[in-house]
Design a protein around this ligand. Structure first.
Ligand SMILES: *Cc1c(COP(=O)(O)O)cnc(C)c1O
Length: 375
């Protein structure tokens, strides 16, 4: 009764959510702060005052939400760190037909793989990057060419380009800033790659963490029609449970993704999420302030762990990758869990000595640092 393909699947393993006791949860890169009040009000007023909305199918293309996302991107210059000189960053405005919204960016990624990557040539990606890419490649029977990171965990753009040329790639995808390392390429580096990358292949930059401290490649979209930028509301918009991801690219690319979406599920973004998402985008200044707070907490926490002898990979995200000078990553993870704090350990060869720590509130990080200083 089971299909043969089922045995080939290697599912993604998310951060654990144990229920045996109360933990401080710093293992899934969720936002330390709750959504804005405007979001709760939008949800409550839909549920209480206009509940008939829930009885009807939602807008299949989430057009009002796409407009709200485009407005937020234009006002912030592509991401929260660009907000101060937004006008300088986006020269031609993002329009709603350049946005696709899905049920979390994981779903958006699935549609992007289906729409743009062929199986006859490899997709070029990084060796240590978001672990859903290999899962989707397996799901769709696609090949992956994984490019190693440098010793300091930085990404070598020339190594990516060389792999693209060597393999005649079907397209490129990587996270910037990268996960679980936290390091980012500059826009000058990405631009230089795009200048040399084949114009008839897709170039995907997954910016799940851009709001915490990098520039966004959204500023390059008007020059490179083969560029697609993936974003999520799960991290910087405190929406991991709501499930809202989006991508930004030329209207032609977006229409291709809509074709895939309409061949799978017409309505990936439900009625409540559409309303809540609009409220969140409109209140972006609340989230931008939280992202700045998280970046400050991250830098203070990183300095404290470094002073205690840990190797801390410099991060521009809401997490840090950390290595104890003598204790293995799995044991650091275990000791911290026994103290009531969840962090993430990947048993993946190459990064198995590290743990990945989500940045929470200053109080949470203080509790964790006290535990880690004693190890
Ligand atoms: C968290 C994350 C995602 C997935 O986000 P969802 O919108 O919650 O599905 C995608 N890419 C990267 C790099 C991530 O870290």
């Amino acid at each position: 009764m089971y299909a043969k393909r089922l045995q080939q699947l290697k599912p993604y393993v998310p951060g654990e959510q144990p229920k045996d006791r109360e933990y401080i949860k710093l293992n899934a890169n969720e936002n330390a702060y709750p959504p804005s009040k405007a979001v709760s009000e939008a949800i409550a007023s839909t549920a209480l005052i206009r509940p008939e909305v829930l009885a009807r199918y939602a807008d299949p293309d989430a057009n009002a939400l796409r407009k709200a996302v485009a407005d937020m991107l234009n006002r912030t210059g592509g991401c929260f760190c660009n907000a101060e000189d937004a006008a300088a960053k986006i020269t031609s405005p993002i329009t709603p037909d350049m946005i696709f919204c899905g049920n979390g960016s994981d779903e958006v990624l699935s549609f992007v793989f289906y729409a743009f990557f062929d199986s006859d040539r490899p997709i070029v990606t990084l060796e240590h990057t978001y672990s859903f890419y290999p899962v989707y490649a397996g799901y769709y029977g696609m090949q992956l060419e994984k490019v190693p990171l440098e010793k300091d965990w930085s990404v070598n753009p020339e190594a990516l380009m060389a792999a693209a040329e060597r393999t005649g790639t079907t397209g490129m995808i990587f996270a910037n800033p990268n996960a679980p390392t936290g390091r980012a390429l500059t826009m000058a580096q990405i631009r230089s790659m795009l200048d040399r990358f084949p114009k008839d292949r897709i170039f995907v930059v997954d910016e799940a963490y851009a709001d915490f401290g990098t520039e966004s490649a959204i500023s390059l979209l008007s020059e490179y029609p083969n560029l697609l930028v993936i974003r999520t509301s799960s991290k910087s918009l405190s929406f991991a449970g709501m499930r809202l991801g989006f991508c930004v690219g030329s209207p032609d690319l977006i229409n291709a993704i809509i074709t895939v979406k309409n061949s799978f599920n017409h309505f990936p973004v439900d009625a409540i999420c559409q309303v809540a998402g609009q409220a969140a985008c409109a209140d972006y200044s609340y989230y931008a302030a939280n992202a700045r707070k998280i970046a400050e907490t991250r830098d203070a926490f990183s300095a404290r762990l470094s002073a205690a002898g840990y190797r801390v990979v410099p991060s521009c995200t809401n997490f840090v990758m950390v290595e104890h000078p003598s204790i293995a990553g799995a044991d650091v993870y275990k000791a911290v869990k026994e103290a009531g704090i969840l962090i993430r350990h990947f048993a993946t060869p190459g990064i198995e000595n590290y743990v990945r720590i989500t940045i929470g509130t200053p109080e949470q990080m203080d509790a964790l640092a006290s535990v880690m200083e004693k190890l």
